[in-house]
Design a protein around this ligand. Structure first.
Ligand code: 5U1
Length: 706
């Protein structure tokens, strides 16, 4: 798995109707639909799916269950496979492109994409309002449209005859880059506008951004993987849109919010206020910011700034200020522009969230997987309303990149709820005596050796469960809500249990005695009994929870679920080869290696054995796709090469739904091979072994026959 696509392993908790890469369904028409009927059915389905996408991604008001949405999408996919001549770029099945681009082409903006002047404080904002009234030679109260200023990347979307034909970055305002293929993967951007009264050419401008939850989840995983995290949501959006392979962008939780129109042509009547334009944009199916308001006059504008500023940390996305725009389009016209910025708008910025302080020392913390994270101990400093005395330094590479030393004056940034970061060192203020930061040779907790795997930025304590820090974190994870869900076994209690030497391994949890618990500080008999009851109850679990609880690196709840659904039995998961694992959705190279290595470790197999002996159990059954009555039950298939009508993941899902087992390599056990374009050694091997080979056309016909 590459650095770029590692985020796909655990899609963050962003909401999403069930997979848009759904496979063929048992409800899919098995008899070919006549061509005329197919065409109108395809139109109807696209219309319905687009409406549901809009309800889900733009309005946040889904009106059908995910399963029903999936069924519609599958129906459309099946029809489009039968009639590929009806596939159009605006079909909801066509968001992710199949082939990486060689590079980005330039786009000349027909109307320059402007930037904004800033107001850094109340005086500057007041001066802006005064300038407006002065220019307008009018003492009237000015009406402002007020919009949050998102921390993302400005993007232009061009719709022709209601279809998204091009998306471009702002670039220098005159020339940007064509990022259409990537922007098409952003699910709240409609590929086709709603309604029928839109201009024949319409350019919508706005911000692509990564909401806080997605940004934090990405960075958490990046750190665990030893990959450089994004410094801020803006970099996250820009980095994600600058991928040449749109399949990577598709896995990043990006969203779009519109804030203005660019080119508009065609015979349409438009409103005479900025807010009216935004409402139109919203009506045509794009998101505008839900916090946007119209206010009258300076005082009301200041009031809005203070109120939204107070609630900005509770918003799902990062904002760094508020954009105030003169609401009347006629007045905007009168006011005009200076250089690259309109006179009628200003970005009123929130106070800085960066401060200077001194680095007093560095502590090395040990995480669940042994990852050693350097944490900066800072001279306490007030940043955006919070006293900060620690900040993450991520890893030794980051320390080298920053060239930071103990004693240095550093800039600290606090963005929303994100852990404070050391942004840079103020070299001018470097004292003559500074101390270089070095990685300790042994673990600060258990004294085990610290190792650094080549190519990984993260250093790890080699102590495993011998290290009490790792043990504490591993057991916290094992007992956590999404794992074995042991109610009442909180972090503090786990720390006490480890410190009292009562727990060395997961299974020790199931052998705890009442008197051992009561002997702990602040543990009453009743609470101890409740804890034991909860531990007992947690023995009855599910395979997915159990796999997740084991704490295999990079295996979160989504991957654990996929493994459980795919194999149905723990022993099969434990015996899975890397090639087999790679065929499971969401499992890439690194995760597959972590899984194989985990189960290859005798110590881990023995822990599992002990847990089973202690009574931890779950229901095991053949996965649905292997049910005996499925038409391809017992057949083993391999997919190779590039398919044009679907990606391999989809082809695999279709075969699995029909009961086939899809593996990664051709062997004597293989029943048939699906060979797309540029099939290589697998095809040669299948031919040598006289295994049936389907090319793409034959494969589609084969699927259609079911
Ligand atoms: N919310 C918002 N952000 N933003 C950025 N509105 C907005 N408007 C902009 C920019 C650059 O420019 C228009 C005023 C032209």
């Amino acid at each position: 798995m590459s650095q770029q696509d590692f985020f796909s392993q655990e899609s963050s908790s962003t909401k999403e109707p069930a997979s848009s890469e759904a496979s063929s369904s048992s409800n899919s028409p098995s008899i070919s639909v006549p061509v005329k009927e197919a065409s109108s059915q395809i139109d109807d389905l696209r219309h319905t799916i687009n409406l549901h996408n809009h309800r889900y991604y733009v309005l946040d008001e889904p009106s059908i269950p995910d399963a029903e949405y999936d069924r519609l999408l599958r129906e459309l996919q099946t029809l489009e496979q039968q009639y590929p001549e009806f596939i159009t770029p605006d079909s909801p099945t066509q968001r992710v492109g199949g082939t990486p681009l060689p590079g980005f082409t330039e786009v000349q903006h027909e109307r320059p994409m402007l930037s904004l002047d800033n107001a850094m404080n109340a005086e500057e904002f007041k001066a802006f309002e005064l300038r407006l009234r002065d220019r307008l030679k009018d003492d009237q109260t000015i009406e402002f449209a007020c919009e949050p200023k998102l921390d993302g990347l400005a993007i232009s979307l061009l719709y022709e005859q209601g279809k998204l034909v091009r998306a471009a970055t702002r670039g220098d305002g005159v020339t940007g880059e064509d990022v259409t293929q990537n922007v098409r993967t952003i699910k709240n951007i409609p590929l086709a506008l709603q309604g029928n009264d839109y201009p024949s050419r319409l350019e919508v401008r706005g911000e692509v951004y990564m909401p806080k939850a997605g940004f934090e989840a990405y960075n958490e995983r990046a750190l665990a993987e030893g990959i450089k995290p994004f410094a801020n949501p803006r970099n996250a959006a820009a980095g994600s849109l600058r991928q040449l392979d749109s399949r990577i962008t598709a896995k990043r939780p990006l969203e779009f919010c519109a804030y203005s129109m660019g080119v508009v042509s065609g015979d349409v009547e438009l409103p005479d206020t900025h807010f009216g334009l935004l409402e139109k944009i919203q009506y045509w199916g794009l998101r505008i910011n839900e916090e946007t308001r119209v206010v009258k006059g300076l005082d009301a504008a200041q009031d809005f700034f203070i109120k939204l500023g107070a609630k900005r940390h509770s918003l799902a996305y990062e904002i760094d200020g508020i954009v105030f725009k003169v609401n009347s389009l006629a007045l905007q016209e009168t006011l005009g522009f200076v250089a690259r910025a309109p006179r009628w708008a200003i970005a009123y910025k929130f106070p800085a969230v960066e401060e200077l302080t001194q680095l007093l020392g560095v502590d090395f913390q040990v995480g669940r997987t042994g990852a050693i994270t350097p944490v900066a101990r800072l001279k306490p400093v007030h940043v955006a309303g919070v006293t900060v005395s620690n900040a993450t330094l991520h890893n030794m590479d980051e320390i080298a990149r920053l060239d930071v030393r103990i004693g240095d004056t550093v800039i600290i940034r606090r963005a929303g709820d994100v852990i404070p970061q050391v942004v840079s060192v103020v070299l001018d203020r470097r004292p003559s005596e500074t101390i270089k930061i070095t990685l300790p040779e042994s673990c600060p907790v258990c004294n085990s050796h610290i190792e650094r795997v080549e190519g990984e930025a993260v250093a790890r304590c080699a102590g495993g469960l011998v290290c009490s820090a790792q043990r504490k974190e591993a057991i916290k994870h094992f007992a956590s809500r999404k794992a074995l869900d042991v109610e009442g076994l909180g972090d503090k209690l786990i720390e006490q249990l480890v410190e009292a030497d009562l727990i060395h391994s997961f299974d020790d949890l199931f052998h705890l005695q009442l008197d051992e618990l009561i002997a702990l500080e602040r543990m009453a008999e009743k609470s101890a009994q409740n804890v034991l009851k909860a531990i007992e109850k947690s023995k009855n679990t599910t395979l997915a929870r159990f796999i997740y609880a084991l704490g295999i690196r990079e295996v979160g709840t989504v991957t654990a679920n996929n493994l459980a659904n795919h194999y149905g039995f723990l022993d099969r998961v434990m015996q899975a080869t890397k090639d087999e694992l790679l065929e499971i959705s969401d499992i890439g190279d690194i995760v597959a290696s972590h899984i194989v290595n985990f189960f290859a470790e005798e110590h881990n197999r023995s822990v599992i054995e002990q847990l089973r002996k202690a009574g931890v159990h779950w229901v095991e059954s053949e996965p649905d796709n292997a049910k005996e009555d499925a038409p391809l039950h017992g057949q083993v298939a391999v997919i190779t090469g590039t398919l044009s009508q679907m990606n391999r993941e989809e082809a695999k899902a279709k075969l699995e739904l029909l009961g086939a087992k899809v593996t990664g390599s051709v062997s004597a056990k293989t029943d048939f091979l699906v060979a797309g374009e540029k099939a290589g050694s697998k095809l040669t091997k299948a031919q040598q072994l006289d295994i049936k080979v389907y090319d793409e056309a034959a494969f589609l016909a084969f699927l259609a026959s079911y």
